[in-house]
Design a protein around this ligand. Structure first.
Ligand SMILES: NC(=O)c1ccc[n+]([C@@H]2O[C@H](COP(=O)([O-])OP(=O)(O)OC[C@H]3O[C@@H](n4cnc5c(N)ncnc54)[C@H](O)[C@@H]3O)[C@@H](O)[C@H]2O)c1
Ligand SMILES: O=P(O)(O)OC[C@H](O)CO
Length: 341
C-alpha cells in the first residue's frame, strides 16, 4: 500500500488533531503553521500547548512554517484555518499546486460563512484554486471537539463532496477504531449546518450564562434547527442533511459541550461580559460571531423567518440586551409548530 502525502494547513486545535489522526492512520503529514516557533514546538516537544493542552503528538508528525515545503508532492491538502482567512491562505496555496495528475484533493474542515460575501468555504476554495489544480473538493464536518478526539473518544463525522469518489478517498484516510466517517453528496447542507449551528450555540451559552435550564436549552436547539433547516433549504440544501451528523449532531454537541468556544463565548456574554472582552480572552476562533451576520443578512435576502438568529444578531451587532431579546422572542404571536400546519 502506498503512503498518502497530506498537507494540513493550520495548526490550531482542529488542524493539529486531524493531522495526528492522519499520522496514526499511516499518512505522511506536513502540518503548516505561519509561526516558526509553533512548528519548532511540534517538531521538538511534540506538543501544541496553546491549542491542545497535555497532548503528545505522534513523533512522525512534521510541522513547517514553509508553505511550499508543506505542499510539495501533497496528494491531499486539508485546510483547517478559520473561515475569515481561508481566502487569503488559498490565494497563497494556489500557485504552489501541481496540475492534472499532480493536482491534490482539496479538503476543508472549517465551519463558517465568509462575512462580507456570505460564501461557503467550498465556494471560496473553488474560486481561488483553478479546476486543473484540484481533483475535487471535500468538506469534513460533524460533532467533533478536538479535545475529545485527542483522547480517542468515539467520534463520527461526514465527508461531503459533489465527487463521491473523492469523498470516499477522504473517508478511507481518516477512518479508524475511534474515528468513523460517513460520506454525503449534499455539500451545501453540510456546510450550512456547520456554519449556522455555531450561531445557535452562542445562544445556548447565553442561556446557560443567565441561569436558564434544560427546558430552555432544548427549546433553543429545536427551534434553532427549524431556522437552520428553513434557510438551508432556501439556499439549496437537502432537508435530510439537517437531521444528520453535520446538522442536528453538531448542533447538539456545540450547544451542550463546555469544549465549544461558541458556547463558552455565549456563556460569558450571558454573564455580562462585553463581546470585545470575550473575543480577546478566547484566544481561539469563535466562528459564530461573524457567521451570525451572514446568516442574518441571508435570511433577510431570502425572506426566511429566523427570530433566534435575529435576536443573537441584535445582541452581537446592535448592543441589544439579551434578556429583552428573550422576552421579545417569548412574546411573539402564537404559531403552528410545523410550517405546513
Ligand atoms: N476545535 C475544534 O474542535 C473544531 C472541530 C471541528 C471544526 N473546527 C473548525 O476548524 C476551524 C479551525 O478551528 P480551530 O479550532 O483549529 O481554531 P484555532 O483558533 O484553534 O486555530 C486556528 C489556527 O489558524 C491559524 N491562523 C489564523 N489566521 C491565520 C492566517 N492568516 N494564516 C494562517 N494561519 C492562520 C492560527 O494561528 C491557528 O493555528 C474553524 O472553522 C472551526 O469551526 C474546529
Ligand atoms: O469549539 P467550537 O464551538 O468552534 O465547536 C467545535 C466543533 O465545531 C464542534 O463540532
Amino acid at each position: 500500500m502506498t503512503t498518502t502525502k497530506i498537507a494540513v494547513l493550520g495548526a490550531g486545535s482542529w488542524g493539529s488533531i486531524l493531522a495526528s489522526i492522519l499520522v496514526q492512520n499511516g499518512g505522511q503529514v506536513q502540518l503548516w503553521t505561519r509561526r516558526p516557533e509553533q512548528a519548532a514546538e511540534i517538531n521538538e516537544q511534540h506538543t501544541n500547548q496553546r491549542y491542545v493542552q497535555n497532548y503528545h503528538y505522534p513523533e512522525e508528525l512534521t510541522a513547517t512554517s514553509d508553505l511550499s515545503q508543506a505542499l510539495a508532492g501533497a496528494q491531499v491538502v486539508l485546510f483547517t484555518v478559520p473561515t475569515p482567512v481561508v481566502r487569503s491562505v488559498a490565494q497563497q496555496v494556489s500557485p504552489l499546486l501541481g496540475t492534472g495528475e499532480a493536482a491534490p484533493i482539496i479538503v476543508h474542515a472549517s465551519k463558517g460563512l465568509e462575512q462580507e460575501t456570505h460564501c461557503r468555504i467550498s465556494e471560496i476554495l473553488a474560486a481561488m484554486i483553478a479546476p486543473e489544480k484540484r481533483q475535487g473538493i471535500v468538506v469534513l464536518s460533524g460533532p467533533s471537539h478536538a479535545e475529545e478526539v485527542a483522547r480517542q473518544d468515539l467520534t463520527l463525522i461526514t465527508a461531503a463532496s459533489a465527487d463521491l469518489a473523492c469523498a470516499r478517498q477522504v473517508q478511507k484516510l481518516f477512518m479508524n477504531d475511534y474515528f468513523r466517517v460517513y460520506t454525503n453528496t449534499d455539500v451545501i447542507g453540510v456546510e450550512l449546518g456547520a456554519a449556522f449551528k455555531n450561531v445557535i450555540a452562542l445562544g445556548a451559552g447565553a442561556l446557560a450564562g443567565l441561569g436558564y435550564g434544560d427546558n430552555a436549552k432544548a427549546a433553543l436547539m429545536t427551534r434553532g434547527l427549524a431556522e437552520i433547516s428553513r434557510l438551508g433549504m432556501a439556499l439549496g440544501a437537502k432537508p435530510e442533511t439537517f437531521i444528520g451528523l453535520s446538522g442536528v449532531g453538531d448542533l447538539i454537541v456545540t450547544c451542550t459541550s463546555v469544549h465549544s468556544r461558541n458556547w463558552r463565548a455565549g456563556q460569558q456574554l450571558g454573564q455580562g461580559q462585553s463581546l470585545e472582552a470575550v473575543v480577546q480572552n478566547m484566544g481561539m476562533v469563535i466562528e459564530g460571531v461573524k457567521t451570525c451576520q451572514s446568516a442574518y443578512e441571508l435570511a433577510q435576502q431570502e425572506k426566511i423567518e429566523m427570530p433566534i438568529t435575529a435576536a443573537i444578531y441584535h445582541v452581537l451587532y446592535e448592543q441589544a440586551e439579551i434578556k429583552s431579546e428573550i422576552a421579545a422572542l417569548m412574546r411573539r404571536e402564537g404559531k403552528a409548530e410545523l410550517s405546513w400546519d
